[in-house]
Write a protein of this length. Structure first.
Length: 367
């Protein structure tokens, strides 16, 4: 079958693990995995070790990307109890502010149930000072989304809710949108294509946060996909040794599998190609005010049938929770700024050819 050309995908939620977790992934291997999956821009989360919470951390990430990134990359800032003013001053250099209200990899949880007053004061400071036109990203876990929605409503801030997995969470976001709030949300492919039965089958390799949901929740996500703004992998690799150890960490890789899974959904009639592009390119760029990538595209063979997990992978962790799943749709070639970056299984972009992206003024979007 003839190939189909798509715009380069933008993944707004990845964990490239650098600094501190390079045994799992780094800017080189993670951006290589992105290109292999048809992703030409990634937005990297700040819960590294040490976390990215200020100017020195951002600068170190920029320098590392200049040496190692193979596709374009942007960086979030992490919120802490004492960095509201500094974070706001750096808003033009970060793609968004990430507030962790629940447990996470690394020391970035802002809300401490044992000190609710102090935690709430810190949260209020961030919602008061972060620029109103820039997104604040939070997790959809338990009451966290409701707390963040309330703060965003009080202080007139834009909110982006990460990895929605439950019907109730999506209903809450729908209500906030209906009330006129500037709120967007994302869903991860593993919450669309896997469920709690897969978690039992996969054991530690199916452990993730939030956990895989019930059949009813998965069905609700598909049935209400029009209320979802974008799809993002939450690429969170861990080594096999960690996953098979006494305390397996939550998280799974996803950069190389998102597009084949979505193309399979297109083949099955569950998703249109136009909606795929909206969820993985147009909406991410609009929400985060990301710059255009001229002369950049992905060539896919929508008729190629194969099984995920067969053959080598570019992610350093070297495994996928989707191993053994039949899909239809393969990335054949990726072009970034007129140069072939990936072709027929081989990453051709050299380390350091990716660019660090920063948010653009609103009036420049849509070019």
């Amino acid at each position: 079958m003839a190939t189909v050309r798509l715009p380069g995908l933008i993944d707004v939620h990845v964990h490239l693990r650098e600094p501190g977790g390079e045994a799992k992934e780094d800017l080189d291997s993670g951006t290589a995995a992105a290109l292999a999956g048809g992703v030409t821009m990634v937005l990297d989360m700040p819960n590294t070790r040490p976390p990215i919470t200020g100017a020195p951390g951002l600068e170190a990430k920029r320098q590392a990307a200049a040496r190692k990134a193979r596709c374009d990359v942007g960086f979030y800032l992490g919120a802490t109890a004492g960095n509201a003013a500094e974070a706001a001053s750096l808003a033009g250099q970060a793609v968004g502010l990430k507030i962790y209200l629940d447990a996470t990899y690394g020391p970035l949880r802002l809300y401490d149930p044992s000190a609710p007053g102090q935690s709430l004061a810190s949260l209020i400071a961030h919602f008061q000072t972060w620029p109103a036109e820039r997104p604040i990203a939070v997790h959809a876990e338990g009451p966290s989304a409701a707390m963040a929605i309330g703060l965003a409503r009080c202080y007139g801030r834009r909110l982006h809710v990460c990895h929605v997995s439950l019907a109730a969470e999506l209903a809450l976001i729908r209500a906030a949108k209906a009330a006129g709030m500037a709120i967007t949300c994302e869903v991860a492919p593993h919450h669309l294509f896997l469920g709690e039965a897969d978690a039992r089958r996969l054991g530690p390799y199916g452990a993730m946060r939030p956990p895989l949901a019930t059949k009813a929740d998965v069905a609700a996500l598909w049935a209400n996909l029009e209320a979802v703004d974008c799809l993002a992998t939450d690429h969170a690799p861990h080594t096999r040794a960690e996953k098979e150890g006494p305390t397996p960490p939550p998280g799974v890789p996803g950069l190389e599998t998102m597009l084949p899974l979505l193309l399979t959904a297109v083949s099955d009639g569950r998703l249109s190609l136009e909606r795929l592009v909206e969820l993985t390119h147009e909406a991410p760029r609009r929400i985060f005010r990301l710059p255009a990538q001229p002369d950049t595209w992905v060539e896919v063979d929508p008729g190629a049938a194969y099984t995920l997990g067969d053959g080598p992978q570019h992610t350093r962790c070297g495994w996928t929770p989707f191993a053994g799943m039949p899909v239809r749709g393969r990335v054949r070639r990726v072009v970034v700024r007129g140069q072939t970056a990936f072709e027929e299984g081989r990453v051709l972009s050299a380390p350091g050819t990716g660019r660090v992206v920063q948010p653009e003024p609103q009036q420049t979007l849509g070019r």
